[in-house]
Design a protein around this ligand. Structure first.
Ligand SMILES: [Zn+2]
Ligand SMILES: [Zn+2]
Length: 130
């Protein structure tokens, strides 16, 4: 099954082949910065399961210099977070809020839970870990 995603302005679009390898809510302070929210909701797939369908040249990537592997990507026009290939090249991280279709699965845990914002929502029914 294929699910589609896009940015806010529509300049960039992509497709992902399911299933996801991982799907988590990450509460680390880097994810809070890049999402502008309490946590990221990130899915991951192998690079072969991902392709841009529109606007790849509008994607800007940012690799956080002091980080071993933290990176983010966003639309150069509207600033929406977008998928990026990890520095290892082993997986593509997909900010799930960019998906236009229902992948039929939900995040299965909260990670970096001890780094959560003081105002974050309670942990729902998902397990937490650091
Ligand atoms: Zn855009
Ligand atoms: Zn994170």
């Amino acid at each position: 099954m294929i699910v589609r995603g896009s940015c806010l302005c529509g300049a960039v679009a992509f497709e992902v082949r399911l299933p996801f390898g991982r799907f988590v809510n990450c509460h680390c302070n880097r994810c809070r910065k890049t999402s502008g929210s309490a946590h990221s909701a990130n899915a991951a797939v192998a690079p072969e399961a991902f392709r841009w369908t529109r606007g790849e040249t509008a994607v800007t990537r940012y690799d956080l210099p002091p980080a071993r592997s933290f990176a983010t990507a966003f639309c150069s026009t509207c600033g929406s977070p977008l998928p990026h290939l990890t520095r290892s090249g082993r997986e593509v991280i997909i900010p799930a809020g960019t998906l236009d279709d229902d992948p039929g699965v939900k995040p299965d845990r909260h990670i970096h839970w001890s780094s959560r914002a003081a105002w974050t929502c309670p942990a729902s029914d998902l397990p937490t870990s650091d």
